[in-house]
Write a protein that binds this ligand. Structure first.
Ligand code: FES
Ligand code: FES
Length: 195
């Protein structure tokens, strides 16, 4: 009996939506189809130069390629991680001209002629960056999946001087999620390097 009521309601809602759509004027449909054409760009092959970890690359890429896919899929720099791919976890954080950016929300074409640093570019040969060393010493990670993004943000946190208090560090680092909950070690690592 209940199932029947639900089906009737579903039928009525669906048919009224279809009826509404049938009466949308042609001019409105044409407007939305133009917007779609402008917003969803067709595939376009781009060529540009970019410096990643102090090495110049000549890139051929679809205009829709993200910086994250460029470094991971084309250049095999897989240290940068793909977590959500929607700008919500911070796992994909890299530096562009010294500023941290979310590479999943940055188009590769936007870094043309810029300097990109990924986690692979932080160490000096065999010598770890002080932040990498601090993460090891302060237990700043467990599974390690979020760690490259955490370290890139942590370096920016120190460079930009947001280490005045634990609250300030937490605020700056709030875009980097850690499912293992290594937050205390991460804050400790940042304080250590800041000192
Ligand atoms: S993968 Fe970029 S923010 Fe999550
Ligand atoms: S160390 Fe596992 S998600 Fe952060």
């Amino acid at each position: 009996m209940e199932k029947q009521t639900y089906s009737r309601r579903f039928f009525l809602t669906t048919s009224s939506l279809l009826a509404t759509f049938a009466f949308i004027p042609e001019s409105v449909k044409a407007f939305y189809s133009n917007v779609k054409k402008l917003v969803i760009r067709p595939k376009e092959e781009l060529r540009f130069l970019v410096t990643i970890n102090k090495k110049k690359y000549r890139i051929n890429a679809d205009s829709r390629t993200t910086l994250l896919d460029l470094v991971r899929e084309q250049l095999q720099l897989t240290g940068t991680k793909k977590g959500c791919d929607h700008g919500q976890c911070g796992a994909c954080t890299v530096h562009v001209d010294g500023q941290r950016v979310l590479s999943c929300l940055t188009l590769a074409a936007m870094v043309q002629d810029k300097n990109v640093t990924t986690i692979e570019g932080l160490a000096d040969g065999d010598k770890l960056h002080p932040m990498q060393q601090a993460f090891i010493e302060c237990d700043g990670f467990q599974c390690g999946y979020c760690t490259p993004g955490q370290i890139m943000s942590a370096v920016a946190c120190v460079n930009e001087g947001h280490t005045g208090s634990v609250e300030e560090i937490k605020e700056f680092m709030s875009g980097n999620l850690c499912r293992c909950g290594a937050y205390n070690g991460i804050v400790e690592s940042i304080q250590k390097v800041a000192r």
